[in-house]
Design a protein around this ligand. Structure first.
Ligand code: ZN
Length: 149
C-alpha cells in the first residue's frame, strides 16, 4: 500500500471516529446484540431493523478506540438497505481481507477497504471486526454478548 493511500485511509477512519454515522439508539428494532473486545476495551451495542430479509435500518452505541468506532460507523452505513445474503458476503470479504492467508484485497468492499491497513496490526484486527461479529450475532439471534476472545 502506498503512503498516500494509507494516509487517506487513516483520514477516513478518523473522520468516522469523530463523526460516527448512525450513532444512536434505534427505535423499533427487532434485532440487537452486544459485543465486547476485552483486548482493547471496545464495547458496542448494535440495533437492527430487519424486514423481509433486508436490513431496513441499523444503528449503534458504544465506546472504544477509533478503529472500533469507525468500523461500526462504516458497517451500519454499508449494510442499511442490503439483503442478508449481501451483508453476509460483505462480512466474509472483510474477514478474509483482515485475517486471510492470501493478503489484503479490498475487492467488492467499497469504502470498507480502508480497513486493509489494520491487517498489519494483529492486535487491532479485533477492533475492526468487533462490529461485524456483533452484527453476525444479531442476525443469528444469539442471546449471549459477543466477545472477541
Ligand atoms: Zn479497539
Amino acid at each position: 500500500m502506498t503512503t498516500e493511500l494509507r494516509e487517506l485511509y487513516q483520514q477516513v477512519i478518523l473522520d468516522h471516529n469523530k463523526k460516527p454515522r448512525n450513532f444512536h439508539v434505534l427505535e423499533g428494532t427487532n434485532r440487537t446484540a452486544e459485543g465486547y473486545n476485552p483486548l482493547c476495551g471496545d464495547q458496542i451495542t448494535l440495533y437492527l431493523r430487519l424486514e423481509d430479509g433486508v436490513v431496513k435500518d441499523a444503528a449503534f452505541q458504544g465506546k472504544g478506540c477509533a478503529i472500533s468506532k469507525a468500523s461500526a460507523s462504516m458497517m451500519t452505513a454499508a449494510v442499511i438497505g442490503k439483503p442478508l445474503d449481501e451483508v453476509e458476503s460483505l462480512f466474509q470479504r472483510l474477514h478474509t481481507m483482515l485475517t486471510g492467508e492470501t493478503g489484503a484485497s479490498g475487492d467488492g468492499l467499497g469504502k470498507l477497504a480502508v480497513f486493509a491497513g489494520v491487517r498489519e496490526f494483529p492486535s487491532r484486527v479485533k477492533c475492526a471486526t468487533l462490529a461485524w461479529h456483533t452484527l453476525h450475532a444479531a442476525l443469528c439471534g444469539a442471546a449471549a454478548p459477543v466477545s472477541t476472545e
